[in-house]
Design a protein around this ligand. Sequence first.
Ligand code: PGA
Length: 221
Amino acid sequence: MNYLIANWKQNKTLSEFKEWVDAFFTSDLIIPENLVFIISPNYLLLPEFHNYLKELDREDIFLASQDVSQYEDGKHTGLVSAKQVSEFASFSIIGHSEKRSDGDSLEVVNKKIRLAIKNGLTPIVCFSDISQYKNISDNFDVKDLVFAYEPISAIGTGKPEDPKLVEEVINKTKLSRVLYGGSVDVDNIDNYLKMGTVTGFLVGTASLDPLKLKALVNKFH
Ligand code: PGA
């Protein structure tokens, strides 16, 4: 199975979401059977997106939150729990480098993964170096997780990592399924796809444009 995950980050208002879905969900949109296609909007848009997909009866598109709280529930102003997310999404991105640089320690990332799993969410765990990966693989059954290698220098910079270097890191994990993220676009995705080591992508910037994301989906046909 291949994975394609659209990470919208802190982008899109409700009206921008409506414009995006109108342009994306057209009759030519066919999600290949071998592709797990996931969209990760901000928390506010999750219920909206969930209801929209239900109306369209699209069971071939999954949703992910961009994070979950490290706490189960209770007095934590501003946070959203894994349990709350699980009413609308089936995956959660955890340990993204933007969250780690905002203060998510290894311990916090571990807590979030544990709560996501407990609440039936599949964690999409990002790591930007092999030591971060090892910390997770020492503490969890890797079969329960989806991993994405995202070198910091490639994220949001328009400078994708050399596919050979990506392959080297993925080989160190000894996993059969690792995604790559970092400035993936229609022009460079083939460089990774043809290697066979990368089994999917986490796409930020390019996923904001419905036509570009559709072109990326079509790469899997
Ligand atoms: P990018 O973001 O595609 O804009 O580099 C990727 C990510 O951070 O997941």
